[in-house]
Design a protein around this ligand. Structure first.
Ligand code: AHR
Length: 502
């Protein structure tokens, strides 16, 4: 089977915001405790942070990390996580029915971000709390000194302000499961007033307001229209979330779900344009897709843990063990974000460590890369620059989910500074290889630098502590340039990265 692509240097989607490769850490399960923080672990540093985890995070080069939730934030008192550790309260976390000891709070998280070469993206609680707690939190974090909250931070040992620029105004406020769930109008008003107060302190902050928790919500997309009508002028981004599952064990249907993601982005883009027109605004707010991933492998185990009603510390919640099939899905999601990077400016994989995460740890034991680590790693490393508007001619398939799903799922990024052109490709065909014929225009002479692929005969193959590299990238392939065309054979059900110098 043949698939044709045209890539023209001047036909671009957008300059990608590096934060498309962001991440997320919530006080949930073993993301924080036993994930990034485990004093007493052989690799722990002087602050109790696991160095083995830090190394894996640094390799991912994630530009921002959202914190502290998620559902957790909607009943969180940020003040519980500051001051001497021994005096911090132990609380019940209503979102995940867990005991929270507050041994990590905002100051320690910011320290961890520095070590991980990432920037904090903080969420304020607009569920059980509101504007007042948010403005105090901001002053504690970002004011240099000489006021009650900033001097308290200094007294706690952090003399310099954290200077956090990116803030989320609540989390999934459309969700009835959320503590302090609100109607779109109630939330839109609160977000607008909170944003105005926060901008009173610093007009240059970047503020994210809550959109839909997923595109099957009953309130979608009216939610976006109402919320944005209330706070368009004070917001910079609207947040979207989406998780993917293959409960039906239908690979082609599963891989087609990236098309639904594309429609979600298109629809919310349309709502943004509609409100922008209504407001006679010159500003186009962006999408912050600040929770996305595959999430279903751990559902049964989670039910059992939660049914015990024991309020444990750092339980093994949401510990999805990813398989090879999920590599293809995550590759497809990232391709969608790259192709839609005109709208999606920020995206955060949910989450980063242990909890539906590319990095897994054992308490007291090793840390390793889950299968989905690799497509994220490659996109984050080589997907910076300008996303190209490709013309794609691929054979397609129909399935229960969608019709006309291309077997060839492809995105391309031109890094002008490095004179590099990278193609990220998933062949969704179950049995047939795709012969790629990509015409390159306007790039001058091109050479293949590297071809990497991820493949496994068993779609259910996983990486575990005892076999951490069962699913891993392999270098090599037949990619070549002939008469200004990139040609390569893409094996059935494979993830591929082809890097060119141009
Ligand atoms: O990432 C896990 C959970 O998914 C988050 O806490 C919540 O925002 C979403 O429903």
């Amino acid at each position: 089977m043949q698939a044709k692509v045209v890539a023209h240097r001047d036909f671009s989607v957008s300059k990608i915001d590096d934060r498309l490769y962001g991440s997320f850490l919530e006080h949930l399960g073993r993301a924080i405790y036993g994930g990034i923080y485990e004093p007493g672990h052989p690799s722990a540093d002087e602050d109790g942070f696991r160095r083995d985890v830090l190394d894996l995070v640094k390799d991912l080069n994630t530009p921002c990390c959202r914190y502290p939730g998620g559902n957790f934030v909607s009943a969180y008192n940020w003040e519980d996580g500051i001051g001497p550790r021994s005096e911090r309260p132990v609380r019940l976390d209503l979102a995940w029915r867990t005991r929270e000891r507050n041994q990590i709070g905002v100051n320690e998280f910011v320290d961890w971000c520095k070590k991980a070469n990432t920037a904090p993206m903080l969420a304020v609680n607009l569920g059980s709390r509101g504007l007042d707690a948010a403005r105090n939190f901001l002053e504690y974090c970002n004011h240099p000194g000489g006021t009650y909250w900033s001097d308290l931070r200094r007294k706690h040992g952090w003399a310099s302000p954290h200077d956090v620029k990116l803030w989320c105004l609540g989390n999934e406020m459309d969700g009835p499961w959320q503590v302090g769930h609100k109607s779109a109008y109630e939330y839109g008003r609160l977000a607008d007033e909170t944003a105005k107060a926060m901008r009173g302190f610093d007009p240059s902050l970047e503020l994210v307001v809550c959109g839909s928790s997923h595109s099957d919500m009953k309130t979608y997309p009216d939610w976006e229209a109402t919320v944005l009508t209330e706070c368009y002028d004070s917001a910079d981004y609207i947040s979207l979330h989406m998780y993917f599952a293959n409960r039906e064990r239908d690979t082609l249907g599963y891989l087609a779900k990236a098309e639904k993601l594309d429609r979600y982005i298109t629809t919310v883009g349309g709502v943004i344009d509609y409100v922008k027109a209504k407001k006679r605004s010159k500003k186009t707010i962006g999408i912050s897709f600040d929770e996305w991933n595959v999430w279903y492998h751990s559902n049964q185990q989670d039910k059992e843990i939660l049914a015990r009603n024991e309020w444990p510390d750092a339980p093994h919640l949401l510990e999805d063990v990813y398989n090879f099939e999920d590599v293809l899905q995550v590759g497809g999601i990232l391709n969608t974000f790259i192709r839609r990077s005109d709208r999606v400016r920020i995206a955060c994989i949910a989450q980063l460590v242990n909890v539906i995460a590319p990095i897994m740890t054992q308490d007291g034991g090793p840390a390793w890369r889950q299968t989905i680590y690799y497509p994220l790693y490659f996109a984050s490393k080589y997907g910076r620059g300008t996303a190209l508007r490709l013309v794609v001619d691929s054979p397609t398939y129909d399935c229960d989910e969608e019709n006309d799903v291309p077997y060839l799922d492809v995105s391309a990024v031109h890094d002008e500074e490095a004179n590099a052109l990278s193609f990220f490709i998933v062949n969704r065909h179950m049995t047939d290889a795709l012969d790629l014929d990509a015409r390159l225009e306007g790039f001058g002479a091109a050479h293949v630098v590297e071809q990497v692929s991820i493949r496994h005969d068993d779609l259910n193959a996983t990486n575990t502590a005892s076999e951490p590299e069962k699913v891993a990238p392999v270098r090599g392939g037949d990619a070549k340039i002939e008469d200004g065309r990139l040609r390569a054979t893409l094996k059935p059900l494979s993830y591929n990265l082809i890097r060119l110098s141009v």
